[in-house]
Design a binder for this molecule. Sequence first.
Ligand code: NAP
Length: 266
Amino acid sequence: MPVLGLGTWRMGEQARGRANEVAALRLGLDLGMTLIDTAEMYGDGSAEEVVGEAIDGRRDEVFLVSKVYPHNASRKGVIAACERSLKRLATDRLDLYLLHWRGRVPLRETVAGFEALRGSGQIRAWGVSNFDVKDMEELLALPSGDQCAANQVQYHLRCRGIEWDLLPLCRRRRIAIMAYSPLDEGRLMKHRQLLTIAQRERVAPATIALAWLLVQQGVAVIPKAADAAHVQDNKNATDFALSEHLTQELDAVFPPPHGPVPLQVI
Ligand SMILES: NC(=O)c1ccc[n+]([C@@H]2O[C@H](COP(=O)([O-])OP(=O)(O)OC[C@H]3O[C@@H](n4cnc5c(N)ncnc54)[C@H](OP(=O)(O)O)[C@@H]3O)[C@@H](O)[C@H]2O)c1
């Protein structure tokens, strides 16, 4: 899985933003941010349509991720939802399909649906999102539960609770963590101390926030940007070398957890 990608939450919600959103996603692909993360929920399917337009003619360049609503995640429901997503995305396969969050459908059923989709080639791999340690343990104990490839959770400088237990668990089980809202939905760019550090380093604050995530082992990062300049700042994170001194400075401003912290979900 590519380690730096493109989020799409809030894309496709307004017709007048669509051309910019498609252009931002294409720019991201041009710059090598080849993972695109979307969901049937985003814009009620409209975000998937925006992605479909952006990847038209370049499907093979993209690692494509979408998510199923919990209420669609029964064995049959997950297959039908995936087929609707594939249609909106104008493709015949997903590289990764995630359960968006845990709902009332027994996990065993969802896993059976995911495995059927894997068998038919409509998805290459499956995973979950917003699963805490207990959820992961329950999942991993199920038949084929150990086939889970990823857990997408909130993770950024101001939200480091997963470092205590969830991140080590996922690393041990070779399950990728996908860091969502890596810029704290844009709020990190207003953080006074981060702004001061970024000014000194002569880069955008987003570049530092994402570079810090990119050095965390086993973590993929999916910032959302509809603005072309933002896409470029985000890509710059791959070229920004975090010094030991800067890492310590960030740890002082944004301390790691000192004990278990409930998973923070948006
Ligand atoms: N699984 C889940 O439950 C879940 C939950 C939340 C998010 N996600 C996924 O994770 C993705 C990212 O999270 P997110 O969209 O919540 O928040 P985010 O990526 O942390 O932040 C997005 C916001 O930051 C702005 N931004 C992006 N790059 C910037 C830059 N370089 N400088 C200044 N501002 C910048 C964007 O503005 P512009 O758009 O104007 O450029 C947008 O307002 C989502 O899009 C979605 O795919 C998943």
